[in-house]
Write a protein that binds this ligand. Structure first.
Ligand code: ADP
Ligand code: ASP
Ligand code: MG
Length: 423
């Protein structure tokens, strides 16, 4: 039986964007299953735009190959290479749909009018010229758009959108077409923690854009961060749900679950911490470092600065894939700031607690630190936002930390039932 929310979403839109991730199209059988789901939606009278990721671990394999033939693969060629993965899967889904007796056409990102800036391997969608998609929909076709890619009108080159970027393709298409947005994956929605680490994690019915932004930014890869930004900016309500069942998933929108103080605990084991020591303690030192880092397109997360006896020490974390660029950026900064010592720590991971209720409930951070202290886990860096507390800990402690925090905050319980009991 469909829930009220799902039924309303279906009534509100005559076009639906359905996105399936890599594990949902990993082999021929799974591709046929995806084709069936798109056809079933079509049979309910909807105009269907499908977007799919590359099959299984194809993208990882391509990156691996590139690194075998080149020390620092050229960005333009990397995007030529990586964009092929999604072309393969969307052509295959179109063929499988033909065999079910429906018309379908596959389009590359460029053919679908997805325009981006020119930043290879992490381009941002700037515009969608959807005429060709709309034309094909008007002809009654199911339209498959290769995820994770676009074209820069400035350079005329193919670009890709960063890991997990097919989520961004789906949300941007939904915004451009005024369509519903359904993101299907191997999990049934957004959970209170990664269900692979916490088996009794709870599926959230609803989660607000702000909470989801913090969750995605701190490692919950079920939705790519940029896709949540696009959804919030364009007011697209996203339904994250399972490829393998019809059960209702999680709705990401303006409203979260008011009753929940904490919506989830997330983790990220794919960050490296750089520490610069011996930096002159003068105005502009940090600006010099982070100007260089920004110029090289490095995304920085947690930052910590300490000044002892007139010299500053600066630590910051960057995603693993940005490490080579970060090294070059630091060398640039050394040109201006003189000799600093640089250390890299590859053995740290981050655990974060996210929840809009933190604003009005003091003591959450203290309880988090106490829980980790009781496990003898050392905190190496701490960062906060109004709705998030993050701690860097030893990487091998991350699963234990996530499980303990999930248990300490009783995230497996239904917050609405809690309210009822209390009330
Ligand atoms: P897809 O290939 O379909 O894009 P991803 O692998 O990118 O799927 O994202 C789904 C994965 O995200 C799940 O398999 C799960 O392990 C992981 N994940 C991490 N945190 C969460 C969370 N809080 N809720 C749901 N899934 C999560
Ligand atoms: N295939 C790309 C990746 O593995 C994009 C995606 O899956 O969304 O990152
Ligand atoms: Mg993904």
């Amino acid at each position: 039986m469909q829930s009220v929310m799902a039924a309303r979403a279906e009534q509100d839109f005559d076009t639906v964007v359905m996105k399936f991730g890599g594990s949902s199209v990993a082999d021929a059988e799974k591709i046929k299953n995806v084709a069936k789901r798109m056809v079933a939606m079509r049979e309910r009278g909807k105009r269907v735009v499908g977007t799919v990721s590359a099959m299984g671990k194809t993208t990882d394999g391509l990156i691996e190959l590139a690194n075998q033939v080149s020390v620092e693969p050229n960005g333009r060629e990397m995007d030529m290479l990586l964009s092929t993965g999604e072309r393969i899967s969307c052509a295959l889904v179109a063929m499988a749909i033909h065999d079910l007796g429906y018309e379908a056409v596959s389009l590359t990102g460029s053919q679908a009018g997805i325009e981006t800036d020119a930043a290879h391997t992490k381009a941002k969608i700037t515009k969608i010229r959807a005429d060709r998609v709309v034309e094909a929909l008007d002809e009654g076709k199911i339209v498959l758009v290769a995820g994770f890619q676009g074209v820069s009108p400035e350079t005329k080159d193919v670009t890709t959108l960063g890991r997990g970027g097919s989520d961004a393709t789906a949300v941007a298409l939904a915004a451009a077409l005024g369509a519903a947005c359904e993101i299907y994956s191997d999990v049934a929605g957004v959970f209170s923690a990664d269900p692979r680490i916490v088996p009794d994690a709870r599926k959230q019915d609803r989660i607000s854009y702000d909470e989801m932004l913090e969750m995605s930014a701190s490692g919950a890869k079920v939705l790519m961060l940029r896709s949540v930004e696009l959804a919030r900016n364009h007011g697209v309500r996203v339904h994250a749900r399972s490829t393998f069942s019809d059960e209702e998933g999680t709705w990401i929108g303006e409203e979260g679950m008011e009753e929940a103080i904490i919506s989830g605990v997330t983790h990220n084991e794919k960050e490296v911490v750089f520490t610069l020591t011996g930096i002159p303690d003068v105005p502009g030192a940090a600006a010099t470092v982070f100007d260089a880092v920004a110029k090289h397109g490095v995304n920085v997360d947690t930052i910590l600065q300490n000044v002892v006896h007139g010299v500053a020490e600066l630590s910051f974390s960057v995603p693993t894939e940005d490490v080579p660029a970060a090294r070059v950026a630091i060398e640039d900064a050394q040109g201006t700031l003189g000799s600093m010592q640089v250390a890299e720590d590859h053995n740290l991971g981050k655990v974060s607690l996210i929840g809009a209720g933190m604003r009005s409930h003091p003591g959450i951070a203290a309880k988090m630190f106490r829980t980790l202290a009781d496990l003898d886990i050392n905190l190496r860096m701490i960062a906060t936002s109004p709705i998030k507390v993050s701690c860097m800990v030893a990487k091998n402690e991350v699963p234990r930390a996530v499980q303990a925090l999930h248990a300490a905050f009783e995230l497996e319980k239904d917050p609405t039932e809690e309210e009822a009991v209390r009330g």
